[in-house]
Design a protein around this ligand. Sequence first.
Ligand code: KDG
Ligand code: MG
Length: 404
Amino acid sequence: MSRVVEAHVNVTCPGRNFVTLKLVCDDGTTGVGDATLNGRELAVEAYLREHVCPMLIGREAGAIEDTWRYLYNGAYWRRGPVTMTAIAAVDCALWDIKGKQAGMPVYELLGGRCRTGVTVYGHANGETVGEVLDAVQTYVDLGYKAVRVQAGIPGLESTYGVSRGKLFYEPAEGGLAPREETWSTRLYLRSIGEVLGGVRERFGHELELLHDVHHRLSPIEAAQLGRLLEPHQLFWLEDPVPAELQSNLRVVRQHTTTPIAIGEVFNSIWDCEQLLREQLIDYLRMSVVHSGGITHLRRILHLAELYRVRSGFHGATDLSPVCMAAALALDMAIPNFGLQEYMRHTPETDAVFPHAYTFADGYLLPGDQPGLGVDLDEELAAQYPYQPALLPVTRLPDGTMHDW
Ligand code: KDG
Ligand code: MG
């Protein structure tokens, strides 16, 4: 039996901040887990360093389920993004260790391959329809079979998620207080149909199209949008409404057949239990890093399968390559895989986190290295100290604070 003898938390900023937990066992095996919570990185770093790492020393490395229960069921304070991100980091590091000790990739331990590759989608953005079309073309040329489309809104100074067609972009911005953006639902609903219609017209119906609303609408506005976009046959419409009130999605569902994806801010089964049970969504956007790790997310996806809900795991740049490697292990092994987001990391980030996964012809291939197939280069990471950065906040034109 192998025991954990060291637990370290690393914070690095090779272009954006990442928090990584590294565990070391008495036989020298190491494991890594992503612990990055965008804009709240140091809260998880401190939670791990002060409250979790000391408890891990001497624990049996192979007892993954028991450690998960020790940190979740055994704690008085449950759930929440900080706690669940910290638990995820421990869980992934332990799966990584188990894979390395078994000499197998983690997807083999999870039941083995259900597919030969993981279909991914990229982010095509532009201020104008013309810029959007050029950005989509870039992804099509790279071999992508699915593309998320975001566009600037005429009449608004800036729009979240729009980066002028660049392959790499980072929505968090440096500073101690967030930038403020203005949002207008009226202007948005007036322009978005033309953007997605333009992409369909140019690229035809082979390409899968997705669009993200970032929780900006009320249920009935989301229902209107879903209807408006039906002719363009989206693969999914993401986060149309804030989803704390899960029954909100009933209204959307009653009015539109556009498939709905939701969940990148969820952190436990209790955020989506009603959504699954009532079949109010089609794709679940949760991530390994913010949802208690492979152990918890796998359980949720098994429940989702009963209700014909498929995965669409979050994969933005604020989820490190360590999280991507863990997501790919699950993507390969779950029967109800849908689509994986793949927002490319910069070369600096890829160098700090050397990984086995590769992109080819619209798929990510996890490789066959034992464990998660990803590591943290601590020496290189030390060259990129933490930089405070935050996502913008949103107000309506009259100054009212709006939903994220
Ligand atoms: O941390 C927030 C980002 O990950 C988020 O804005 C990205 O909405 C997003 C997406 O779908 O990737
Ligand atoms: Mg999103």
